[in-house]
Design a protein around this ligand. Structure first.
Ligand SMILES: Cc1cc2nc3c(=O)[nH]c(=O)nc-3n(C[C@H](O)[C@H](O)[C@H](O)COP(=O)(O)OP(=O)(O)OC[C@H]3O[C@@H](n4cnc5c(N)ncnc54)[C@H](O)[C@@H]3O)c2cc1C
Length: 394
């Protein structure tokens, strides 16, 4: 299914809320605001709301609940593979933890979907009558202000402008200012589908290696692989033929899932941590990757962005129109998101840095921590809940 360009006529000049970027997060926000009574414009640089991005996304149980409330889960569920167990271990050292859905009291810890399926489902459900969807519209200058802000965009070679009480930046991580708190991980994630000799039985793996984490996510009959690869190795690994790639992956991951039998086309994503400057600007708010771009370890980025969307929609619903984008509005939203976002950033970064260190004492301490976590059921349940529902969950 390809969604055709929808440029509405007449093109709006003023809306209550303008969302920059109709990626999965921008689309989710438009859905969440469908019944808010606020006029809404969604501006997207691409001509067509579609994606051939080959990454797979692990949706948490918490995201499933939000997607249900947005009315899209029933469609997506047909294309989602449940994850009933997650195996966490480190290569070449003792210690592992196995999280199970039953122990956490949920039917599944999460679900793996293709990014394209997730995106098409959200975009296909956009409330076109209630949201103005402007495709082929690249936003340039954004001038937020308390009361009413202005943004300019280019559409079909023409410069246009739009005023809005609130401008929501959902345009992904490219726009995140270099001045934010962040770092380059000096690595890329190579993603592709792989087949293993043992059926996946809905078990996902997070395996920490000295080079970085390797994730296997059950997807249909195969696994979606996310292989963290040092920057200087990326070109070489992408150029490998299937046999060489599979043999190297076998060495890096080990035999826990049997033999790696086949691999699909490979794509690499550079990995970085970037976050928005904490100083709020009246009339402007960032969500999803435009607010925080994380390492994909533990699959947190989209899940965190969806919780941004849900909370923002709640705050918008509770705020009188004239106060949208005011200092009080921003303070309230930021207070509601602070711990979850901060926890997500800290957790992913800590996992990457802690497990990358090959110092023997630290390696043993990690092994002991994994073993201990595995043995203490309440601790395991709490950890699973934080992975599923965010840092604020208890
Ligand atoms: C390898 C990998 C694996 C991942 N795995 C997981 C996972 O398992 N679980 C998980 O939760 N997360 C995962 N993530 C993170 C997840 O992919 C992102 O958090 C999510 O895709 C971000 O969506 P977004 O809508 O915020 O941004 P984007 O997907 O980047 O969308 C931004 C949109 O804005 C548009 N845009 C940009 N600039 C402009 C402009 N100036 N004007 C108009 N439009 C504009 C773009 O065209 C695009 O459509 C993974 C990431 C990677 C790299």
């Amino acid at each position: 299914m390809r969604l055709e360009v929808r440029v509405l006529n007449p093109i709006p000049q003023h809306v209550d809320i303008a969302v920059v970027g109709a990626g999965p997060i921008g689309c989710a926000l438009a859905l969440a605001l469908a019944d808010s009574g606020r006029s809404l414009a969604l501006l997207e640089a691409k001509e067509v709301l579609d994606s051939r991005d080959p990454r797979a996304i692990a949706l948490s149980q918490g995201s499933r609940l939000i997607l249900e409330r947005l009315g899209v889960w029933s469609v997506l569920a047909e294309r989602a593979t449940p994850i009933t167990s997650i195996h966490v271990s480190q290569r070449g050292a003792f210690g592992h933890t196995r999280l199970a859905a039953g122990q956490a009291g949920v039917p599944a810890l999460g679900y793996t979907v293709e990014y394209g399926d997730l995106y098409r489902t959200l975009a296909g459900a956009l409330p076109v009558g209630r949201a103005q969807v402007l495709t082929g519209s690249r936003v340039g200058v954004v001038r937020p202000a308390a009361g009413c802000g202005l943004l300019s965009y280019t559409q079909a070679g023409q410069e246009r402008a739009l005023t809005a009480r609130l401008i929501v930046q959902a345009e992904g991580g490219q726009s995140l200012p270099a001045t934010g708190k962040g770092k380059d991980y000096g690595a890329s994630a190579i993603v592709c589908k792989v087949r293993t000799s043992r059926p996946h039985a809905h078990v996902a793996y997070e395996r920490f290696t000295p080079e970085g984490p390797i994730a296997l996510l059950p997807l249909n009959d195969d696994y979606a692989l996310v292989w963290t690869t040092p920057a200087n190795q990326v070109a070489t690994r992408l150029a490998w033929d299937d046999m060489t790639f599979l043999a190297a992956l076998q060495v890096a991951f080990g035999e826990r899932q049997g033999r790696f039998l086949a691999a699909g086309p490979r794509v690499a994503y550079p990995l970085r941590l970037a976050t928005a400057i904490p100083t709020p600007r009246p009339g402007l708010v960032r969500v999803g990757n435009a607010a925080q771009t994380l390492h994909p370890v533990a699959g947190q980025g989209f899940n965190l962005g969806l919780r941004d969307v849900w909370k923002l929609a709640e705050v918008i619903a509770d705020t009188p129109l004239e106060d949208l984008g005011s200092a009080a509005f921003l303070t309230r939203y930021r207070a509601l998101r602070r711990w979850d976002v901060g926890g997500g950033i800290a957790m992913t970064d800590l996992l990457v840095e802690l497990f990358a260190n090959e110092w023997a004492l630290l390696r043993d301490a990690r092994g002991a921590a994994l073993t201990l976590l595995d043995a203490i059921a309440p601790a395991k349940r709490l950890f699973a809940r934080k992975m599923m529902f965010g840092a604020q969950a208890w």
